[in-house]
Design a protein around this ligand. Structure first.
Ligand code: NDP
Length: 260
């Protein structure tokens, strides 16, 4: 690896990004396309992923595919993976980004919200990872899996009340380690990115309230919120040859939030 290109190029690879209809998922998709990977985009809002697919193909000259998919249904995952395979080839870079973050006091937290969070933030990444890894193992091919966790995978939330979210993200962080251990022998490297507070659809409501925004900023050593584009570098690194000896790790993109 004696050039920037040989370290970071993603050409010849096929990525799949869940939750690519807004926020960090859009930026994960840009990152893969900047690296030269073909990219499949999924979310429930099919119109949005279709528009992004067209934009990425035009801007970066990569092949793209978009599909409406609710990742909480295994049959939708299987249908979507089959479509992606037919259009772009075998997925060898999976980014489990789709997530929800309902709030509420822990003592009265609604059971249906709990179940939806676990299904979206934990079970869907497990199912997608299992499906992608099983194919790669069968084909004898290496791959990368990147789970978007959170600074709240390692800590409780002192900003909002997020019982189901912190539980699911903590479990996803440990699932990242378990998958890394089990699949290292197959050349499938599994890592996480833990973002700090970044304005997106999910966080816009809270950030609009000065009380919450001040807490987010004051808990962050860099003293500011992130921008969604700031996740791109970590995505390219973890998907690329540069990360060939990195598995079971978490890269924090959080302005130092976890350094206190
Ligand atoms: P957004 O709300 O902007 O994006 C969430 C994405 O998840 C949307 O594209 C949404 O698409 C998708 N999604 C939700 N449920 C489903 C589902 N059942 N099936 C398919 N797609 C689904 O939030 P962010 O961009 O902020 O969040 C992205 C990830 O980053 C999440 O995992 C979040 O926990 C994590 N994160 C975000 C932080 C932040 O400060 N923003 C901090 C730490 C972590 P659609 O509605 O179209 O289905």
């Amino acid at each position: 690896m004696n050039s920037l290109d040989s370290l970071f190029s993603l050409r010849g690879h096929t990525g799949l990004v869940t939750g690519a209809s807004s926020g960090l998922g859009v930026e994960c998709a840009h990152a893969l396309a900047i690296g030269g990977a073909d990219v499949a985009l999924v979310a429930r809002r099919a119109d949005r992923v279709a528009a992004l697919a067209a934009e990425l193909a035009e801007k970066y000259g990569v092949r793209t595919f978009a599909a409406g998919c609710d990742v909480t249904y295994d049959e939708e995952i299987d249908r979507t993976l089959a479509l992606v395979r037919g259009q772009l080839g075998e997925v060898d870079i999976l980014i489990n980004n789709a997530g929800i973050s309902p709030t509420g006091p822990a003592e009265t937290f609604a059971r249906d919200q709990w179940d939806a969070t676990i299904a979206t933030n934990l079970t869907a990444p497990m199912v997608l990872s299992q499906r992608v890894a099983a194919r790669l193992i069968e084909l004898g091919r290496p791959g990368r899996i990147i789970n978007i966790t959170s600074v709240l995978a390692a800590y409780g939330s002192a900003v909002y009340r997020l019982a189901s979210y912190t539980a699911a993200k903590g479990a996803l962080a440990n699932l990242t380690r378990q998958h890394a251990i089990e699949w290292a022998r197959y050349g499938i490297l599994v890592n996480a990115i833990a973002p700090g507070w970044i304005p997106t659809e999910a966080t816009a409501g809270g950030i609009a309230k000065p009380k919450y925004r001040e807490r987010m900023e004051s808990f962050t050593p860099m003293g500011r919120l992130g921008t969604s584009e700031e996740i791109r570098g970590a995505v390219i690194f973890l998907a690329s040859a540069a990360a060939s000896y990195v598995t079971g790790s978490t890269i924090s993109v959080d302005g130092g939030y976890q350094s206190w």
